[in-house]
Design a protein around this ligand. Structure first.
Ligand SMILES: [Mg+2]
Length: 267
């Protein structure tokens, strides 16, 4: 088991993990966040949220300056500047929206994306304030949508996206359309190549997430915490090293703290 003196990096989902799924509260994680901050252990947010949403949350959580992964892995940021870096060879947000529009006209798919609606509607879907909903609409590398068509059409939709080098990832509330190979796991691998430990140590990574979109990230870390969640689709990992993953008994930030207490040895 790693200890607080090891070169730890925490990689965490937000909704349903560090933040409560319903209220966005994170109070139960405060003690652990303070402990990690005292040791200068980076806490990397890895979320479906946009960079515009993550930056103020980083400030509230005391995590400013840490790297982050936004839009389910479409955006990786580690330099400390406010420039988000798109992974190479990827379609921009407007390219993705144009492709979606083209597919909708060609195949009559029924779905509603963030680009199709006002911030008022996004606020109603998410329970966010209109101000925060506007931040959720400031997308750079993926589109969030609600599927409103049949299961058969859904399979056709996945195939049509694949032919356009796009993929579909299930988040807590929405489907994300993003560049192929840009999920949370690929984004974390990319980050680990570029964001080095200050003393050159290999990072010991602990990942925490509650949804199927977190699985590729949880397969990429050294220690994985699957937080008890509300998703109908179970979180299944490829890894078989059962002593390196843990399923929390509690939901949200309480399960988050439970997972860190399970894995991090405290002297
Ligand atoms: Mg989640």
């Amino acid at each position: 088991m790693p200890g607080l003196n090891d070169p730890l990096m925490i990689v965490t989902d937000l909704d349903g993990s560090l933040l409560d799924h319903h209220t966005y509260d994170w109070e139960p994680a405060r003690t652990w966040l303070e402990r990690l901050s005292e040791r200068k252990i980076p806490v990397v947010i890895c979320s479906s949220k946009t960079a515009a949403e993550i930056l103020p949350l980083q400030r509230q959580l005391g995590l400013s300056g840490a790297p982050y992964i936004a839009e389910n892995g479409a955006i990786v940021q580690w330099s400390g500047s406010h420039e988000a870096a798109l992974l190479p060879r990827s379609k921009s947000y407007s390219d993705i929206c144009q492709t979606l529009q083209k597919l909708r006209e060609r195949y009559r798919f029924k779905f509603t994306g963030f680009a199709d609606v006002s911030e008022k509607e996004v606020a109603e879907w998410t329970g966010l304030t209109p101000h925060d909903a506007a931040l959720a609409k400031m997308r750079e590398g993926s589109e969030s949508l609600i599927w409103r068509d049949t299961a058969e059409q859904f399979i056709a939709f996945e195939q049509a996206l694949s032919a356009e080098q796009l993929s579909l990832v299930q988040g807590g509330r929405f489907w994300s359309v993003m560049n192929q190979g840009a999920g949370k796991g690929a984004a974390l691998a990319f980050l680990l190549q570029h964001f080095r430990h200050p003393l050159g140590h290999r990072w010991v990574t602990i990942g925490l997430g509650d949804g199927p979109n977190d699985a590729p990230m949880l397969d990429e870390v050294d220690f994985a915490v699957i937080i008890k969640g509300y998703s109908k689709t179970p979180v299944t990992l490829q890894r078989a090293d059962t002593q390196h993953f843990f399923r929390s008994a509690r939901f949200g930030p309480e399960g988050w703290s439970e997972g860190l207490t399970h894995f991090i040895h405290q002297d």
